[in-house]
Design a protein around this ligand. Structure first.
Ligand code: SF4
Length: 454
């Protein structure tokens, strides 16, 4: 998962991209980058750090111009190293281009091998770089057409913002896995991964790009849309609603907070329990726990308090950091938990190691009984479309039954929201979503190398 943002036709565009990325920090915490243009040349800055730590105000001043694109990275394709920071940029025969990508190209290994055999040299190990190479080889006459043609050759998940000195290009893959949203700001245009970034700068939501839509905006702000060949169906990543997107964002046609709360209500209908208190695993478990509490009429309370200065554990790339993170990230409210029968609600269970530690903490605080409720189905398969879920061997849901997981977690009862229940509360029709990590049924074929991740 990554976050992308762009501002076009806006005074001090880089400042607005900086703020937009600040709001999208939850989508990637490994590196941060902005490229801007004043119509004559590119100005760029990239750094392996959080947005807040990245730039001095004078650095932002150097990123001149009325056009800018930016990226926050969380690695899914290529390791977390400096050469893989985005936006990437290249000099094509007819000018410079800069590109930022959220997603994962599922035919990248095959394409990269083909291009290597043809003598291409790559600067990074990013799948994103393939798009530049495919554009460079294209015989189409305009840059916009070459961009479009390159997208007909890649498969998988991509929401893209690409910029030249005089045009901004936006694209969303035909399945629409990841969101890409358009907004207006003063006389210009913004586009980004989530609406929470628009709220921060005061931009107005216009619409989501359609799956398969490629938008081109010229220097005068004139916008045109083209569409990639249609696919059988849409495949919005349901995990954006479960965990990834910020609850105050609006993606895939609905508010994320409301969707999570509805999942919690449905979870309570499927797995009711008699208990004294409903406790969320903060922060992403909070809306579902509220929904569960309302539906079951059990009081909601914060029995776990989160330290907000620790990154999200799930998306840290290193196992040592993940292990270290749990106790640093969460602390107990013993007065709320002691001698209580507790329902603890989380949005998902990946490996189970974090949940097990949290349950241990609740018991240590004196909880009389602990019932775990999960507002999504068991994760049984890896994601190949832009989320760094682990291999099947590491996914507890792929290797243990619900009863075995209950025993491993040491809870009195365990209930997962059903796939049917999850989809039934969302705004789009059931077959509009990708549920590959819950079912193993992916919307499209994946290269063999990607199915055996190390
Ligand atoms: S496999 Fe799961 S995480 Fe990946 S795109 Fe599909 S629903 Fe989202």
């Amino acid at each position: 998962m990554c976050g992308i943002f762009s501002a076009w036709g806006i005074e001090d565009a880089s400042n607005h991209v900086y703020l937009g990325l600040y709001a999208l920090q939850h989508r990637g915490q490994e590196s941060f980058g902005i490229v801007s243009t004043d119509g004559e040349q590119f100005y760029m800055k990239k750094k392996m750090c959080l947005v807040a730590d990245a730039f001095h105000p004078t650095t932002l001043k150097m990123l001149r111009g009325r056009g800018a694109i930016g990226h926050v990275r969380y690695s899914t394709s290529g390791p977390s190293v400096m050469r893989n920071m985005q936006p990437i940029h290249a000099q094509l025969h007819d000018g410079e281009v800069a590109l930022a990508h959220n997603g994962n190209l599922v035919n990248a290994p095959t394409l990269r091998r083909q291009l290597h055999q043809e003598g291409m040299i790559f600067q990074s190990s990013l799948d994103t770089e393939l798009i530049f190479h495919l554009m460079a080889r294209s015989q189409a006459t305009s840059l916009k057409e070459r961009f479009f043609e390159s997208l007909t050759q890649v498969r998988g998940a991509y929401s893209l913002v690409m910029m030249t000195h005089n045009q901004l290009l936006l694209a969303r893959d035909p399945y629409g896995y990841r969101p890409l949203i358009l907004g207006e700001y003063r006389d210009g245009l913004v586009a980004g991964s989530e609406t929470c970034a628009f709220d921060l700068i005061g931009a107005k939501f216009v619409r989501e790009l359609e799956p398969g839509e490629v938008v081109c905006v010229d220097q005068q702000g004139k916008t045109t849309s083209d569409f990639l060949p249609r696919v059988a169906r849409q495949a919005y990543c349901v995990f954006e609603h479960v965990y990834l997107a910020r609850p105050d964002s609006h993606v895939f046609g609905e508010n994320v907070y409301s969707a999570r709360k509805a999942m919690g209500r449905r979870l309570a209908q499927e797995h009711p329990v008699t208990a004294d208190v409903v406790v969320p695993v903060p922060d992403s478990g909070v809306p579902a726990a509220l929904g569960y509490s309302e539906e079951c009429k059990i009081p909601f309370d914060f029995g776990l308090i989160r330290n907000h200065y620790v990154h999200r554990t799930f998306i840290e790339p290193d196992q040592r950091i993940r292990n270290f993170g749990v106790r640093v990230k969460l602390n107990l409210q013993r007065t709320i938990l002691k001698n209580k029968s507790v329902v603890v609600v989380d949005d998902s269970i990946v490996r189970g190691t974090t949940s097990r530690k949290i349950i241990g903490m609740l018991r240590e605080a004196g909880a009389r009984s602990v019932h775990m409720r999960v507002s999504s189905p068991a994760i049984t398969h890896p994601c190949h479309f832009g989320i760094d879920t682990p291999t099947r061997q590491e996914l507890i849901g792929a290797n243990k039954s619900v009863e075995e997981i209950r025993g491993y977690l040491n809870v009195d009862s365990l209930g997962y929201l059903s796939q049917e229940g999850m989809l039934s509360v969302l705004a789009q029709t059931k077959d509009s979503y990708c549920v590959g990590c819950f079912s193993g049924r992916y919307p499209e074929a994946v290269d063999v190398e990607l199915t055996n991740p190390s």
